[in-house]
Design a protein around this ligand. Structure first.
Ligand code: PHE
Length: 346
């Protein structure tokens, strides 16, 4: 039995075969286990002699099984290593790189364009009080324009008893700049604004850029030149014409709504544009006007000495128009496939 067992173990060439042998010799019903069971029927002298032999045999077979198993496992590992090669000369896969959000890119572009025209960047708090956001912009408490802003209010008032809110536009920065810097002034104020509104073209948080010039002898012609220069640079085309339509904002007088037109033959895809008889497509892009005398007074300046113009527009909307995007909400979904499609992510 011993010679046979050791020979078969030595010949086993797979781990499965080896396991079958283990069961056949040492398993509960195995041949060596069977020998062990015969000890019970022996006399004490026979048993101690036979017991020692059987134990030795069992140990020897167990050891042979373990040795063969280790050998087979080592061979299997060798074979695996030989078959799996690693080519260190292959190029590494690209790691995804971060990129600047389209809205931030457009804000940077705007700041650069206006910097070339001598405008500094001003900022104000997103958590505003209703005096800066409304009252000082000629919207007293009962003013109907307040209701049009769908304002997010805080439950508390500040130490002056003013209601606190999330600013609904960047126009309060006009007041803060006049009060802090005085005149003359030439600033833009890009930033986040909030209104309780949400659909394909409105998100509760969006971005505006405000412009304010305060100086002596400012008039509408200066406003028109500034906006034309800015819009040509931003849309990167010279065939742009402006259309100024009379409008109303409490903080500007007169107020003008500005549409940008471009010839459709040379067109590029622009969302929201509508055509006219002369082959122009028009897009409504910003609100503006001459700063209301009352607003200049609220800014701590003498309106007989200082005049100004102001404009405000949605940055997200400008980005959509320039890059032909059609759903504002996509800006805030963080979908990299969308970013890639518009060339904003690597
Ligand atoms: N604040 C206005 C708005 O949010 C835009 C505007 C700014 C209009 C400055 C005129 C002058 O719609």
């Amino acid at each position: 039995l011993r010679a046979d067992a050791l020979a078969r173990i030595a010949e086993a060439d797979t781990l499965d075969t080896l396991e079958q042998h283990r069961v056949a010799f040492l398993g509960k019903k195995g041949s060596i286990s069977g020998l062990m069971k015969t000890l019970g029927g022996m006399s004490p002298e026979e048993r101690s002699e036979a017991g020692a032999k059987f134990n030795a045999l069992r140990n020897e077979v167990a050891e042979a099984l373990a040795t063969r198993k280790a050998g087979l496992e080592a061979a299997a590992l060798e074979a695996k290593l030989a078959s799996e090669t690693l080519d260190l000369s292959l190029p590494a896969p690209d790691a995804p790189t971060g990129s600047v959000h389209p809205v931030s890119q457009v804000m940077d572009e705007l700041a650069e364009i206006f910097a070339d025209m001598g405008f500094a960047v001003a900022t104000g708090p997103e958590i505003e009080d209703d005096w800066h956001n409304f009252t000082a912009l000629n919207m007293p408490e009962s003013h109907p324009a307040r209701a049009m802003h769908d304002t997010f209010y805080f439950p508390d008032t500040d130490e002056h008893g003013r209601s606190m809110l999330l600013r609904t536009h960047t126009s309060p920065v006009q007041i803060r700049s006049m009060l802090n810097e005085g005149a003359p002034l030439r600033i833009i104020a890009p930033g986040r604004v909030y209104r309780s509104d949400s659909d394909a073209t409105h998100t509760p948080m969006f971005h505006q850029i405000e412009g304010l010039v305060i100086d002596k002898g400012i008039h509408l012609g200066r406003l028109k030149w500034t906006l034309e220069t800015f819009l040509k640079a931003f849309f990167e085309r010279d065939d742009i014409v402006l259309r100024l339509r009379p409008s109303y904002f409490p903080f500007t007088e007169p107020s003008v709504e500005v549409d940008v037109g471009y010839s459709m033959e040379k067109g590029r895809r622009v969302v929201g544009g509508s055509g006219d008889d002369e082959g122009h497509a028009w897009m409504e892009v910003l609100g503006s006007g001459m700063v209301n005398r009352k607003v200049i007074e609220f800014g701590g300046l003498d309106p007989d000495e200082w005049q100004g113009f102001a404009f405000g527009t949605g940055v997200d909307r400008l980005a959509m128009l320039k890059y032909g995007m059609d759903d504002l909400r996509a800006f805030f979904d963080g979908d990299l496939r969308w970013m890639k499609h518009y060339g904003f992510a690597a």
